[in-house]
Design a protein around this ligand. Structure first.
Ligand code: ATP
Ligand code: MG
Length: 234
């Protein structure tokens, strides 16, 4: 479902240049939950943002489904991104909009007609267990509830892929477990392929089928999680 072929990203500024991601190749199968773990600064977020080309690789190719995203013009790329949801550590909700409007926004951008939007908002809110919060504002919610709204928003356009950047790093252990269950439920119900960036090996052990370890811009190994071999030092 996701194929990265020797992607690289170098950030340049007046002080010089920094190779944030160096010739990384990765295959993630349809329906897989794949973890990316590594120290701060290893290039995890940069790699994740290259998958939907929010960050354009300097070199290499990105395929999602049957499309090479790195070959698309801006308009086609924008359209292709509708099938890729994303969630973040800090939720990135729009604070002056209600829960419903937050979920509606992505669909508005995708041109979904209003009656369909309303039905879909209901469906997504029920899926994450927040049907009673539709008219609340983000500031009225707990962190775990805000992350559920972010997941509902990401699901609204029925994505094939969900990219998660440290989705539980701001949450306590119980809420982390709850959110991981929601993500597992997304994967099992809709067959969504999920990529999760995390610092936390427990997150990997809990829901990932495979994991890749990043060090200094490179994936140094990829392993199945069930055997977990060689991962304890990660
Ligand atoms: N827009 C940018 N401009 C310049 N340097 C950047 C930019 N984005 C990231 N970097 C650098 O690239 C490296 C990798 O950053 P990245 O955010 O991908 O790391 P990370 O593994 O996600 O770290 P963390 O676990 O702290 O989130 C870092 O050294 C960072 O300073
Ligand atoms: Mg990061």
């Amino acid at each position: 479902m996701i194929s990265l072929q020797q992607v690289s990203k170098t950030f340049k500024d007046r002080g010089g240049s920094f190779n944030a991601v160096q010739s990384v190749s990765l295959e993630v199968g349809t329906g897989e939950i794949h973890g990316i773990i590594g120290a701060s600064g290893a290039g995890k977020s940069t790699l994740l943002r290259m998958i939907n080309v929010l960050e354009r690789p300097d070199q290499g190719k990105v395929f999602v489904g049957d499309k090479e995203l790195t070959a698309l013009a801006t308009r086609q790329l924008r359209k292709a991104r509708h099938s890729i949801g994303m969630i973040f550590q800090q939720y990135n909700l729009v604070l002056n909009r209600t829960v419903s409007r937050n979920i509606s926004m992505a669909m508005e951008l995708a041109g979904v007609p209003k009656p369909e939007r309303l039905a879909r908002i209901d469906e997504c809110l029920r899926f994450v267990g927040l049907e009673d919060k539709a008219n609340q504002y983000p500031s009225q919610l707990s962190g775990g509830q805000m992350q559920r709204v972010a997941i509902a928003r990401a699901l609204a356009n029925s994505p094939q892929v969900l990219l998660c950047d440290e989705p539980t790093s701001a949450l306590d252990p119980q809420t982390t477990a709850d959110i991981l269950e929601v993500l597992r439920h997304v994967n099992q119900t809709y067959g969504v392929t999920i990529l999760i960036v995390t610092h936390d090996m427990n997150v990997v052990k809990r829901i990932c089928s495979r994991v890749s370890v990043m060090e200094q811009g490179k994936i140094v190994r990829t392993a199945a999680v069930a055997d977990g071999e060689g991962l304890d030092d990660a």
